[in-house]
Write a protein of this length. Structure first.
Length: 343
């Protein structure tokens, strides 16, 4: 999905290859990005043929798979697009997707050059374990670039729901995230650690914006949203509705972290969202940039260098994104281009 471009004469042709299943694990098809994050009033990119490695200075249109527009992946990817477009000969084509599991599938099929995923999903995919869709089917071409920031688990309810603990979700209707997404994986892990098995609740699936609408309309009792705070869809919901965020704390948090070592303690500071003044204890995973081994080493090094040498231009989770911490929690082998930058 690499297309070579002349930056001075660049005219993007839109289009996206249909996504097929990775061992049956991929959820919704990726949606073409309709927003132009760098404000150049042009389309973001195109499918194309593999060509040379761009070493002669010719740039490439690189497909970058993000997540839903209501989360953190999408606006952060817009920041990365602006940096890479300005600092390298390449253009990023940012696409809204169902996030981690779907993005792993895109990388496995080499339909994207880069994607944002959760570190736990990266580990499962690379090692062929942990999830039914990856069991015995390792994604051997998956490679890491850098870890970025904590992705915080938010468990949303209406302010007057009476739901105060994870155990209270038994018998309720819960949006666990997009089907096949990292959010769904995390939600089911947390519920199981709290003693709530499949069949003990009514599961609904949808992206973060859908989850916010369902909470607003009372269509679900609770919804899991995973992203670096403040998550846009939650922030917007809290400005118009009285909401609550259920803590993951005490014995349940210990059980969650004991059952899944990739979870870490986290806190949503009071005041992050309107109407929620107290700190909320919870857990988090780690967001990361992934690629596949077929992407040229020089291209990966250029993109990595551009991002981590220009972190002052990042507006999302910028306090966490730094070259010094970019290998913390990295669960898979690095791409050689990332190794060239990080040493």
């Amino acid at each position: 999905m690499v297309k070579h471009i002349n930056r001075r004469k660049f005219v993007a042709a839109t289009g996206i290859a249909g996504l097929t299943g990775l061992a049956g694990c991929i959820g919704e098809d990726a949606v073409e990005d309709e927003e132009d994050p760098d404000g150049d009033d042009g389309d973001d990119g195109a499918d194309g043929d593999d060509g040379d490695d761009g070493a002669d200075g010719e740039g490439q249109v690189l497909s970058w798979h993000a997540g839903g527009t209501g989360g953190t992946y999408y606006p952060l990817s817009g920041d990365f697009k602006s940096i890479v477009d300005a600092e390298t000969p390449h253009e990023l084509q940012v696409q809204s997707t169902g996030a981690s599991v779907e993005n792993v599938g895109s990388l496995a099929r080499e339909e994207a050059e880069f994607a944002l995923i959760q570190n736990d999903i990266g580990y499962f995919a690379f090692n062929g374990t942990g999830l039914d869709q990856f069991e015995g089917e390792p994604v051997e071409n998956l490679r890491g670039v850098a870890t970025l920031y904590p992705e915080t688990i938010h468990v949303l309810t209406q302010g007057d729901s009476g739901i105060e603990t994870i155990e209270d979700l038994e018998g309720t209707t819960v949006n666990t995230g997009d089907l096949g997404s990292g959010t769904q994986v995390n939600a089911l892990q947390i519920l199981e650690s709290a003693g709530i098995e499949e069949g003990d609740f009514n599961e609904q699936n949808g992206d973060f914006d859908t989850a916010a609408d369902q909470i607003r309309d009372g269509d679900v009792d609770a919804a899991f949203v995973v992203g670096g705070w403040p998550v846009g869809s939650v922030e917007e919901l809290a400005t118009t509705e009285d909401i609550s965020i259920v803590e993951i704390s005490g014995d349940v948090r210990e059980a969650v972290m004991g059952d899944a070592e990739w979870f870490a303690e986290d806190t949503i500071p009071g005041g992050t969202y309107d109407g929620i003044d107290d700190d909320i204890e919870t857990v988090s995973v780690q967001a990361m940039i992934a690629t596949h081994e077929g992407v040229d080493e020089g291209v990966v090094e250029e993109v990595t260098t551009a991002i981590f040498e220009n972190t002052d231009q990042i507006t999302q989770k910028e306090e966490f994104i730094d070259a010094d911490s970019a290998q913390d929690g990295m669960p898979i082998d690095l791409h050689s281009g990332a190794e060239a930058y990080f040493g």
